[in-house]
Ligand binder design. Structure first.
Ligand code: OFO
Length: 162
């Protein structure tokens, strides 16, 4: 049986993952309004991935006979100064989520909860990938700067994310 403390922390993480999904969907809406179809499509895919992360926690908590409790999701920002600013925020957000996952691992270990510790390993690896992929995109934005043609190409490239 999962401890109350661990259960509360996993429920908080469900909320954080749903917020991530909401934040990226809000960025997708911003890009859509600014006619960046590729950036918007990338963010929509990211948003669904985040929903998937929330559901992994949801299923796990049920599997260990815990109780999922959903709370209100914070309102995300709705506008950014530029595509670069939005992706920089996504990068910052992924670092924040990585820190949260690390805190969950620390808690699972201090509670000697080996099952949750094992379950979290997937997220530890996933966060390495998430931070690195957004970091690469931020670097590309910095390289292209205000070059309209290069931005158009980047929009096409991100739009091809499978
Ligand atoms: Fe769920 O990894 Fe991003 O936030």
């Amino acid at each position: 049986m999962i401890s109350e403390k661990m259960q509360k922390a996993l429920n908080d993480q469900i909320n954080a993952e749903l917020f991530s999904s909401y934040l990226y969907l809000s960025m997708a809406a911003y890009f859509e309004a600014e006619n960046w179809a590729g950036f918007s499509s990338w963010m929509k895919k990211q948003s669904s991935e985040e929903y998937g992360h929330a559901m992994k926690f949801f299923h796990y908590l049920n599997e260990v006979n815990g109780k999922v409790t959903l709370e209100a999701i914070e309102k995300p920002k709705t506008t950014w100064k530029s595509p670069l600013e939005a992706f920089e925020e996504a990068h910052k957000h992924e670092i924040y989520i990585t820190n949260r996952i690390n805190d969950l691992v620390n808690l699972a270990q201090s509670e000697k909860d080996h099952a949750t510790n094992n379950f979290l390993k997937w997220f530890v690896d996933e966060q390495v990938e998430e931070v690195s992929s957004v970091d690469q995109i931020v670097n590309k934005f910095k390289m292209v700067g205000d070059n309209k043609v290069a931005l158009y190409m980047l929009d096409k490239e991100l739009g091809s994310r499978s």
